[in-house]
Design a protein around this ligand. Structure first.
Ligand code: ARG
Length: 465
């Protein structure tokens, strides 16, 4: 029994006892690494092609291997493949199946490589493809934001600091602030892709191999920029997974901030936006409820992504060179980060274009919070008053406004002149919300003219990607 079972294992030769059935399950990764089947086969085909080029395999052997692997790939895609925990991981499952199908030649595929460089290659190939589709989805989200910003460049809302009304801003300007966060995230994603795009194949178990392999060939067949430089580092490096999760953490942090604002804005207390029903759900007990579940879940998922980043950092901490089985634990956090990022981006990219600002409510809210107080202070400074004194004058006018329940723009000239006699009729140009935002017309400012310009530039950058 034990001999029979061990003969199934590609590494069973030196063992005299069968693997404990719990240990078999405990040490296996096929349950979760089978999702890399496509990239495992892609790597194996490149390896076999190179082995034939350097004469380690014959042309005919290479042909059999490539055809066998392609047939296996089709069967996996059609759902006709039995994954076996006894065969531990995606690599040994596919190799064993190849040997079952093409016989002894299948056993030659592993010449000059190890699962250690194989898995390091597979994860990079897999992650690279996922990064490319994430980049597309992130761009779709940004396009939605920038279009909304363009459309609502003149919509006035209160800008906040400390979540207290501070100064009026335009809704378009607020959306472009979110876009800036995402623009940096995109840069980090591409940095990660650039740094990871090197081929570990050929590092073998840790020290390289005695066969006359051509690492440049496999690197270029797989679309890597070049082979990695050190075999020990190649099989142990998981920086790229950590970098991706760091990207994911920051992206989700940004999405959680936007989510938080969307949630606040849909509340009856703010009532700034309408979020279409298809992004919300109801309550089973309170008939009036319409809950912003989608942004709430995105906000919540930030926690698991941050957790995965810490998992991977801790996984790698203090690991001696080179490969250790610990590294098998890299996959679940990484895969879950990928899945979560894709879902959250999709949710946001679908939701953002559907958001409708309630202009009148936003406008009234901006008026209620004395948001043009700074504009009045700046006006007094232009009339020759020192800023600290003008601050004092405006503070008094605000106190009067609170008492009379009047915004600064709703006071008469005589009422305003009680606080300073330099105030003239022209004060109303700066006290209106429109005047306040229009005056901030410099680069990065909230004036509708600037927002339109910034949105157009953002669009140009997105088109160039
Ligand atoms: N399933 C393994 C992993 O994910 C593949 C590499 C196994 N290498 C080894 N020497 N046991 O890391």
């Amino acid at each position: 029994m034990s001999e029979e079972q061990n003969s199934v294992k590609p590494w069973g030769g030196r063992f005299t006892e069968a693997t404990d059935s719990f240990v078999e399950r405990f040490t296996a990764s096929v349950q979760f690494d089978q999702r890399m089947y496509f990239h495992d086969i892609q790597g194996s085909i490149a390896h076999a092609t190179m082995l034939a080029e350097v004469g380690v395999l014959s042309g005919d052997e290479k042909q059999q291997i490539v055809e066998g692997l392609e047939a296996i790939r089709s069967d996996i895609e059609a759902g006709n493949f039995d994954w076996s925990v006894t065969l531990e991981d995606v690599h040994m499952n596919i190799e064993a199946e190849l040997t079952k199908r093409i016989g002894i030649t299948g056993k030659k595929l592993h010449t000059g490589r190890s699962r250690n460089d194989q898995v390091a290659t597979d994860i990079r190939l897999y992650l690279r493809d996922e990064i490319d589709s994430i980049a597309v989805e992130l761009t779709r989200l940004q396009l939605g934001l920038v279009n909304q910003a363009m459309q609502h460049s003149e919509v006035i809302m209160p800008g906040f600091t400390h979540l207290q009304t501070a100064q009026p801003v335009t809704f378009g300007h607020h959306l472009l602030a979110w876009n800036e966060m995402l623009e940096r995230d995109f840069g980090r994603l591409i940095d990660c892709r650039t740094r990871m795009n090197q081929s570990p194949l050929g590092a073998a178990a840790l020290a390289g191999t005695t066969y006359p392999i051509e690492r440049d060939t496999t690197a270029s067949l797989l679309g890597f920029d070049h082979p990695t430089r050190n075999s020990l580092d190649s099989v142990s490096d998981r920086d790229f997974a950590i970098e991706f999760c760091a990207f994911a953490s920051l992206l989700l942090t940004h999405l959680s901030r936007a989510s938080e604002e969307l949630i606040l804005w849909t509340s009856a207390q703010f009532n700034f936006i309408d979020l279409p029903d298809r992004f919300c759900t109801g309550s089973s007990i309170m008939p009036q409820k319409k809950n912003p579940d989608v942004p709430e879940l995105v906000r919540g998922k930030t926690g698991r992504v941050n957790g995965h980043l810490i998992s991977l950092l801790t996984l790698m901490k203090s690991q001696p060179l080179a490969y250790n089985k610990d590294n098998q634990e890299d996959k679940e956090p990484l895969f879950d980060c990928i899945d979560t990022v894709k879902d959250c981006l999709r949710a946001f990219a679908d939701m953002i274009p559907a958001i409708e600002p309630k202009k009148e409510v936003m406008y009234e809210a901006a008026k209620r919070g004395f948001s043009t107080a700074t504009d009045l202070a700046d006006y007094l400074v232009r009339k020759g008053i020192a800023f600290r004194d003008s601050h004092e004058v405006v503070g008094k006018s605000v106190a009067y406004g609170i008492e009379q329940n009047k915004d600064l723009s709703e006071m008469s000239l005589e009422e305003l002149q009680q606080f300073s006699d330099v105030i003239g009729e022209d004060v109303f140009d700066v006290l209106t919300l429109e005047g306040s935002v229009a005056a901030r017309a410099h680069v990065g400012g909230t004036a509708p003219t600037q927002v339109k310009l910034a949105a157009a530039e953002a669009l140009e950058r997105l088109k160039k990607r």
